[in-house]
Write a protein that binds this ligand. Structure first.
Ligand code: B12
Length: 232
């Protein structure tokens, strides 16, 4: 089966919420030793397309759930190889990133891709999962000696918790202890700037570049102007 055929089948499998097919295509791609970043980007676009249709009332929640399960099944199969593929030479000890999806939000797919790419690039990643309350993120960052707190939000209703983490760090006199980087579907660069985050990235590869740039500088978090990177 050709590469473009695989991609078309992957699209269909996610659109139709066919997890078995999505998993099978994942295995085929892993075995073929083709690059995996391209199909992961395709799958990400397809799942967003399903989300747009859901938003427009063209598909219903059960269909979005099935599409997400198909995407998740595909990601589970390709993630180990994706991590190998993204691993740079000598990429070690770049610091620790505590990452999670904020309170009230259970969307994990994008956050997991970011975590995979950061870990492949030599960052120690502490993944707190989803629905992470602000204080939990801060305590985990403290106890793991993290340089970064990464916060994902996929809903307009959960975005304010990204701000709450930044504000809480200020109240605790810990704003200079961690760089806060934010992202997720509705989170724009302007929003990141407004809430005084230190970094914003549109996708996982960009997130790595933002962390690299922040850690190579010497400006403390409270004085850092937003470091941002659009999609590659
Ligand atoms: C898949 C999905 C689900 C799945 C989640 C499965 C899972 N395990 O994640 C399921 C079906 C469970 C789900 C549930 C719900 N969902 Co939903 N979901 C989506 C969907 C279709 C795709 C999200 C996704 O995975 N995208 C693909 C990934 C790869 O992209 P990404 O997350 O944006 O991540 C990339 C970048 O943003 C960035 N990034 C992400 N995080 C971070 C973090 C940092 C630090 C950085 C630097 C970068 C970064 O890098 C990533 C990789 O490139 C979106 C639609 C959309 N347009 O986003 C709706 C969407 C987010 N969901 C929505 C809704 C309403 C819900 C529900 C409330 C539905 C319901 N009635 O129950 C529940 C939420 C429950 C809750 N409390 O959280 C709405 C939100 C609307 C709003 N208020 O803003 C959306 C926008 C759909 C819509 N158009 O209406 N959902």
């Amino acid at each position: 089966m050709g590469k473009s055929n695989d991609f078309e089948n992957l699209r269909e499998a996610i659109l139709e919420g066919d997890q078995e097919a999505a998993v099978a295509i994942g295995h085929q791609l892993v075995e073929s030793e083709a690059s995996l970043m391209e199909p992961v980007n395709i799958a990400s676009d397809v799942i967003r397309e399903v989300g747009d249709k859901f938003g427009a009332g063209e598909v219903f929640l059960p269909e979005m759930v099935l599409a997400a399960e198909a995407m998740q099944g595909f990601m589970d199969v390709v993630t180990p190889r994706l991590e190998e593929e993204a691993a740079g030479e000598g990429a070690q000890d770049r610091g620790t990133v505590v990452i999670g999806t904020v309170q009230g939000d259970i969307h994990s797919i994008g956050k997991n891709i970011v975590a995979t790419m950061l870990s492949a690039s030599g960052y120690e990643v502490v993944d707190l999962g989803v629905n992470v309350v602000p204080m939990e993120a801060i305590q985990a960052a403290e106890s793991s000696g993290a340089t970064f707190i990464g916060l994902s939000a996929l809903m307009t209703t959960s975005m304010p918790y990204q701000k709450e983490v930044v504000d809480l760090l200020g109240e605790l006199n810990q704003r200079d202890d961690f760089y806060v980087i934010v992202g997720g579907g509705p989170v724009t660069r302007d929003y990141a700037d407004d809430i005084n985050a230190n970094g914003w990235a549109a996708d996982a590869a960009a997130a790595v570049q933002v962390c690299d740039q922040l850690s190579s500088g010497s400006t403390p978090p409270s004085d850092t102007t937003l470091v941002y990177k659009a999609a590659e």
